[in-house]
Write a protein that binds this ligand. Structure first.
Ligand code: FMN
Length: 319
């Protein structure tokens, strides 16, 4: 079975490219691994085996990789786990729901399990379930998660309650941020937003440019996009996305939307996504969008983290 601590310790730069549905396909995962991090493929709630198979093949050909699954959506599409296991990743993330129904099967295949958590109670629960590492994901992170506790308070709390490797996620986009979480005791950072805007990401170009243009205060955590699209995400999860015309109109009126989603709105959202219309469609990204200021390759993003040692050295003046 993959030893997560050993795997993370073997990386040139302790950065895991977060599994991101719609952004992290095989090409991005392979590029992150090639640059010295650990790449992961994101498998979303509306993914199909046909869509995901080529992505897994590309990631697989690139060396060590991981895959992120969404527990709540697996009962409707169990083949996504089958196809993932068939490609033998080193790590599978079982997030957004109870990992227990899938844990033994993944472990029996020799694959390590990690889970993202957004509260102390969730961390206690997944450690109890038997995951091999915990990803502490704060509210400032991009994409779906809990919108309740920020990365740093949650990280400090969880590091005190488990001996398992802990990865920090949410808002980490520079060598300074990486040094900070490593100094706190994390085994590495789990990074999404900077890679979502990178050259190898599956994001449409308009979405990448929108992330690059956005500042740290221009994101919003909301369920409005999921409700408008009639996605059955459990209600405890929202997503952090760039603020846009749609969020200005609906963020404070989600219950109204839930009571009656106009068919035209669902259709308009589908169209906006297909067209890459960032004024209407979700561009999932976290507060660290404000730290992403130019188009880079995934390798350049990894390289931008590589200076973390200098920051750790500078902090040694306190020793
Ligand atoms: C565009 C995008 C898509 C995401 N999709 C997924 C996903 O499919 N599965 C998952 O476990 N997490 C997903 N996430 C959340 C990431 O795993 C991670 O928690 C987050 O990106 C960390 O915060 P950061 O964006 O500030 O680096 C997504 C994040 C983004 C930005």
């Amino acid at each position: 079975m993959t030893d997560v601590a050993e795997l993370l310790g073997s990386l040139r730069v302790p950065v895991v490219g977060a599994p991101m549905a719609g952004a992290a396909g095989g090409r991005l995962a392979a590029a992150i691994t090639a640059a010295g991090g650990l790449g992961m493929v994101g498998v979303g709630n509306v993914a199909t085996v046909e869509q995901i198979t080529p992505e897994l093949e590309i990631a697989c050909a690139g060396g060590v990789f991981g895959v992120g699954l969404m527990c709540w959506s697996l009962p409707d599409n169990p083949a996504l786990l089958d196809v993932t296991l068939a490609h033998a990743p080193s790590v599978i993330s079982l997030s957004f729901g109870d990992p227990r129904p899938y844990l033994d099967r993944v472990h029996d295949a020799g694959i390590a399990v990690v889970a993202q958590v957004g509260t102390r109670a969730e961390a206690v629960d997944v450690v109890d379930a038997g995951v091999d590492a915990v990803v502490v994901r704060g509210d400032e992170g991009g994409g779906h998660g809990r919108g309740v506790v920020a990365t740093l308070p949650l990280l400090q709390q969880i590091l005190d309650i488990t001996d398992k490797p802990v990865l920090a996620a949410g808002g980490i986009a520079t060598a300074r941020g990486l040094a900070a979480v490593l100094a706190a005791g994390a085994s590495g950072a789990w990074v999404g937003t900077p890679f979502a805007a990178s050259e190898e990401s599956l994001f449409k170009d308009s979405a990448k440019q929108a992330v690059i243009a956005a500042d740290t205060d221009q994101t919003v955590y909301t369920r409005a996009f999921d409700v408008a699209q009639r996605f059955n995400w459990p209600t405890i999860y929202g997503g952090r996305a760039l603020a846009n015309d749609f969020t200005s109109q609906w963020v404070d009126r989600v219950s109204e939307l839930e009571a009656d989603v106009p068919d035209e709105l669902t259709a308009a959202m589908k169209e906006a996504r297909a067209q890459g219309n960032t004024a209407m469609a979700p561009v999932y990204a976290g507060e660290s969008a404000g730290l992403v200021t130019q188009m880079r390759t995934a390798g350049e993003v990894i390289e931008s983290f590589a200076g973390f040692r200098e920051h750790l050295r500078a902090a040694q003046r306190w020793l």
